[in-house]
Design a protein around this ligand. Structure first.
Ligand SMILES: *[C@@H]1O[C@H](CO)[C@@H](O)[C@H](O)[C@H]1NC(C)=O
Ligand SMILES: *[C@@H]1O[C@H](CO)[C@@H](O)[C@H](O)[C@H]1NC(C)=O
Ligand SMILES: *[C@@H]1O[C@H](CO)[C@@H](O)[C@H](O)[C@H]1NC(C)=O
Ligand SMILES: *[C@@H]1O[C@H](CO)[C@@H](O)[C@H](O)[C@H]1NC(C)=O
Ligand SMILES: *[C@@H]1O[C@H](CO)[C@@H](O)[C@H](O)[C@H]1NC(C)=O
Ligand SMILES: *[C@@H]1O[C@H](CO)[C@@H](O)[C@H](O)[C@H]1NC(C)=O
Ligand SMILES: *[C@@H]1O[C@H](CO)[C@@H](O)[C@H](O)[C@H]1NC(C)=O
Ligand SMILES: *[C@@H]1O[C@H](CO)[C@@H](O)[C@H](O)[C@H]1NC(C)=O
Length: 902
């Protein structure tokens, strides 16, 4: 070691032994958010780490202050030492109000009652909570009409007479807003405000703009797109739209509040002094059909000071759409990843770019416009190609295209701004005459993936390439549909169909931290509860299209509506935030009442609704899937009531769930031949087993009927999206991972594997999308991802909340030699990794601080760290052998087990 190395070693900060608050782990209402927290008692949370096994927090202390220097006497809150093992607490200090700024920090005591160091301070600021905080008026430009002129621009010139120390811009433009100050975008979020029921909730954005303001003249400029808010017929009538609702005026409300270094504060508000123009470059920005952009109409420096606005009109005052102005909790929509095109194929009037993967987002195209001024180029996204190599939009809505009219500059970039959509390919109609030397390269085209910026918290892989491909496809479709709500697909529909949100909850919540996202999402569901039918939760939220008459089943199906009960329940079990249950209790119980009324006193549901959606065997009665949902609702309510300590109510719903199980059994059980349910479809049997409707004496026979059918079909399922999770749970629960292994290894239709082998990089809407014309980017069949993620053995124990108890139960099956999962729980990282050589199994697990791990190994020859396992030593709290298995309970920390499986 030379001197330099010695010095480096000496300057490394001393490793803090014992417990420690993870740096950067402090969260407010489930997310890293410093601005516009929509609450005066937000939930503060943190994650811990420790060098010792078996560590946990036995107490914590939170301090909060108005500045980052008041720690000797924190002026907002000093919780004192609070005994608790939970790494979260609601702020309970001095009253906060709109705009309050809070710095807070936390320390904890470990199992030996030794305090940690204080965490670094984190900060947040309260949103505008009262309607009276808004001094601004809603404004509009009544001149705007699609086809007549361009989407409105708004601008406000103002003078700043000081050096600015702090500035917040609160703003909402409907449909979509893109604000700038002095020519610069205010931040990196896009496509706000997203979806809401506009007469209930209006999500406004909050931006820190201090760095953009300067002494002297300044300008706020806002471009407005249409979003889903204005989905009337698109320009020219040749573009696709999912639905056409009468056009509504685009409008804006904005309030800039800034403080000077010397302490004075100032406010700039939207009112009829703002200038507006309909001469800008955006002739269309349709949410479904695409943009029409004329670069020749760009107004140079339109949001810069010193610009003459003699051609502009003034904005007119208008009314609010009615909803409450609310700061979102969810991480905002951002450009999350950039992918350069992998190839471009030129043709006579046509260029085809391939991004290599199917994603949702926008694109960026570099144009050499020299000599091309005025030339209109069209861009055609697609998920697949026709046999002649041309793009094929049949899976996503025809026609979706963007048009860009070239300005004539040597370097232009076009990137659609007010829309996102799914695509793998992009065809460009561009006539390259002999006069044009420019030939775009693949590197001139890139795609940016756009989604809600929820933190990615999972890494999972196995030794099986096919399984990894399935996992990656499902993940890509989850990402592609993670917008302001979870949508069904990112192009044709872009609607928040609800069934997938509880059916596929586990893969979504394992992949991404959706704590904050889920809180907003539950508000969106609550807002959508039908105004006309008491209690009804429609199939989509927001309910932008109200189905009725012969299409009523598209509005009312209990497998969709039950998301209002199961989504918050599952959210609570993942994150432990009880307010999602207390706040949404009425929504849930009113929906439960609605279902009971629909059942009309019977312990089952009539044949109605959408059935086992997209099943390949449509003989499953709709009453069976509806009754399954009815049971999920009742058992879900029983769990909710239990968590809320409503003992009597919990018992009541448990009894109801029990009677529905009997109802399913008495209505659908058939003992002729071999015992089975309804017409012996996989769905009927799987759902019966999943809800526990099958009497013990028939369980084996019914499971056999299910397995028989799978085998008869060459180890393929024929189920739809409602019963697929049941089928997977039932087989796993019966310890038939060998059969699941067969099912997941299939490479012919219907299976996940066939999609990977086909070359798809996302999950299909139909089991055989290329034949049926279904979309290539739906995540509703995504539940199977959880089987792959859990091959490592890692899962939250049943009955546990916020990952307090974790199972480590490796699924060593088939030809797999390795599986690993790493997941960031609300308490810290949990991971599990096994690898097998012959009968020798290595199993490495990591248990977060404060959690209890239950390791179950299929062997009685088990060692820990190469030695014998003893309770009370090395983090092990108990160990027992049971029917050839060893079950070891451990505290937090990393463990290396070895088992001989022979
Ligand atoms: C919101 O609008 C819907 C449909 O436009 C209407 O049915 C509902 O009553 C309105 N709700 C409120 C709170 O105004
Ligand atoms: C703006 O005003 C100028 C001067 O009045 C006029 O020449 C020009 O055509 C106008 N531009 C537009 C786009 O209306
Ligand atoms: C390009 O333009 C031609 C002629 O207008 C049209 O037939 C073709 O569909 C277009 N191709 C694409 C990919 O838009
Ligand atoms: C752009 O195209 C023009 C004419 O085709 C050519 O002269 C020029 O070099 C090109 N510029 C770049 C940066 O490629
Ligand atoms: C339910 O009761 C338990 C035990 O008394 C308590 O710890 C918990 O906070 C209660 N939950 C609610 C939601 O009141
Ligand atoms: C019961 O199952 C048998 C054998 O599959 C079938 O023939 C019969 O029609 C079923 N009965 C009912 C009531 O569905
Ligand atoms: C549906 O499943 C039943 C029971 O396995 C079977 O008899 C029937 O042929 C299947 N129907 C279709 C369309 O596959
Ligand atoms: C444990 O081993 C038995 C016998 O080999 C097998 O049936 C079972 O599936 C295994 N369980 C797990 C969880 O791997």
């Amino acid at each position: 070691m030379n001197l330099l190395q010695v010095l480096q070693v000496l300057t490394v900060p001393a490793l803090v032994l014992g417990i420690n608050v993870q740096s950067g782990s402090l969260r407010v209402d489930g997310t890293i958010k410093s601005l516009a927290v929509d609450s005066t008692n937000p939930r503060l949370s943190w994650r811990l780490e420790s060098q010792s096994r078996g560590d946990s927090q036995i107490a914590f202390q939170v301090q909060a202050a108005g500045t980052d220097s008041l720690w000797t006497l924190p002026n907002l809150w000093d919780s004192g030492r609070i005994p608790s093992s939970d790494p979260f607490v609601r702020y309970n200090g001095r009253g906060l109000k709109s705009r309050s700024a809070v710095f807070w920090r936390v320390r904890v005591w470990d199992v030996n009652n030794k305090p940690s160091q204080w965490s670094q301070a984190s900060t947040f600021e309260v949103a505008l909570l009262q309607p009276s905080d808004w001094k601004a008026s809603w404004i509009t430009n009544p001149d705007f009409a699609t086809g007549k002129n361009s989407l409105p621009l708004f601008a406000k010139d103002f003078n700043v007479g000081c050096v600015v120390s702090k500035a917040r811009l609160y703003l909402l433009g409907l449909g979509v807003h893109a604000p700038e100050i002095n020519g610069q975008a205010v931040d990196d979020t896009v496509l706000a405000p997203g979806y809401s029921t506009f007469n209930r909730t209006l999500w406004y954005s909050t931006y820190d703009v201090a760095r953009l303001l300067k002494p002297g003249n300044n300008v706020i400029g806002v471009q407005i797109g249409k979003g889903i808010y204005d989905s009337d017929k698109p320009l020219g009538g040749k573009r696709y739209t999912k639905f056409a609702i009468p056009s509504q005026p685009l409008k804006l409300i904005a309030q800039l509040e800034y403080m000077c270094l010397l302490g004075t504060s100032h406010t700039i508000i939207s009112d009829d002094s703002w200038a507006s123009s309909t001469d800008g470059p955006y002739l269309e920005a349709h949410w479904y059909g695409g943009e029409e952009y004329n670069a020749l109409k760009e107004i140079k420096d339109w949001s810069n000071p010193g610009k003459s606005r003699q051609n502009w009109t003034t904005a007119k005052l208008t009314t609010s759409p009615g909803g409450a102005l609310t700061a979102p909790r969810a991480p905002q929509i951002k450009r999350c990843e950039t992918i350069t095109a992998v190839s471009v194929k030129p043709g006579p009037d046509y260029l085809l770019f391939d991004f290599g993967v199917n994603n949702a987002g926008t694109f960026n195209f570099k144009i050499n416009g020299t000599g091309l001024a005025g030339r209109r180029v069209t861009f055609w996204p697609a998920e697949r190609l026709k046999s002649n190599g041309y793009i094929d939009q049949s899976t996503m809505g025809t026609n979706i295209f963007h048009a860009y009219t070239i300005k004539g500059a040597e370097s232009e970039v076009y990137s659609p701004k007010f829309i996102y959509h799914g695509m793998q390919y992009l065809g460009i109609n561009l006539t390259l005459g002999s006069d044009i030397i420019w030939a775009p390269k693949a590197s001139d085209m890139s795609m940016t993936v756009i989604r809600a910026s929820n933190e990615q918290v999972l890494e999972a892989s196995t030794s099986d390439k096919l399984f990894n491909g399935i996992h990656s496809n499902i993940d890509r479709s989850i990402k592609s549909n993670m917008h302001s709500v979870l949508t069904d697909c990112p192009h044709r529909e872009k609607l928040g169909w609800l069934e997938q949100d509880h059916l596929v909850f586990d893969p979504v919540a394992m992949g991404y931290d959706i704590e904050a996202y889920g809180l907003d999402f539950m508000r969106t569901i609550a807002d959508a509860q039908a105004p006309d039918i008491p209690g009804l939760i429609p199939t989509t939220a927001p309910e932008y299209v109200v189905f009725s008459g012969q299409y009523l089943m598209y509005r009312d199906d209990p497998n969709w509506g039950v998301a209002a009960i199961r989504f918050p329940l599952l959210h609570y079990e993942y994150y432990g935030d009880i307010t999602i249950l207390t706040m949404r209790y009425n929504v849930m119980s009113q929906y439960m009442d609605y279902l009971q009324q629909q059942a009309g006193g019977k312990p089952y549901m009539p044949d109605s609704g959408l059935g086992d959606w997209l099943t390949l065997n449509n003989t499953t009665p709709k009453g069976a899937t509806a009754t399954f949902a009815y049971h999920q609702a009742a058992s879900g309510m029983a769990a909710v009531e239990k968590y809320l300590n409503h003992t009597a109510k919990a018992a009541e719903y448990q009894a109801l769930a029990g009677s529905i199980r009997e109802g399913y059994h008495s209505r659908y059980f058939n003992e002729t031949g071999s015992p089975h349910y309804c017409v012996n479809t996989q769905a009927c049997n799987a759902m019966a087993l999943d809800i526990g409707a099958v009497p013990v004496e028939s369980e084996e026979a019914v499971l056999f009927a299910l397995i028989d059918s799978l085998e008869e079909q060459g180890w393929h399922w024929d189920v739809g999206e409602i019963s697929l999770p049941s089928l997977i749970r039932v087989l796993k629960g019966a310890n038939r991972n060998d059969i699941l292994y067969e099912l997941f290894s299939q490479t012919t239709v219907p299976s996940y594997g066939s999609q990977v082998v086909y070359g798809s990089t996302s999950l299909w809407e139909h089991w055989d999308a290329p034949t049926t014309g279904g979309s290539y980017n739906h995540f509703m069949f995504g539940y199977g991802d959880i089987w792959i993620v859990e091959l490592s053995g890692l899962s939250q124990s049943s009955g546990s909340v916020a990952w307090k108890q974790i199972d480590y139960k490796p699924v060593v099956v088939g030809d797999l030699t390795q599986a690993k999962t790493s997941y960031r729980t609300p308490r810290g990282r949990a991971s599990a990794e096994w690898s097998r050589t012959g009968s020798s199994l290595e199993y490495n697990v990591e248990v977060p601080v404060g959690s209890i791990g239950t390791v179950t190994l299929n062997s009685t020859l088990v060692t820990l760290d190469g030695g014998k396992i003893k309770a009370g030593m090395n983090g092990v709290t108990s160990t027992k052998e049971n029917e050839g298995q060893t079950v070891i309970k451990v505290g937090s920390g990393m463990y290396k087990f070895h088992a001989n499986l022979a």
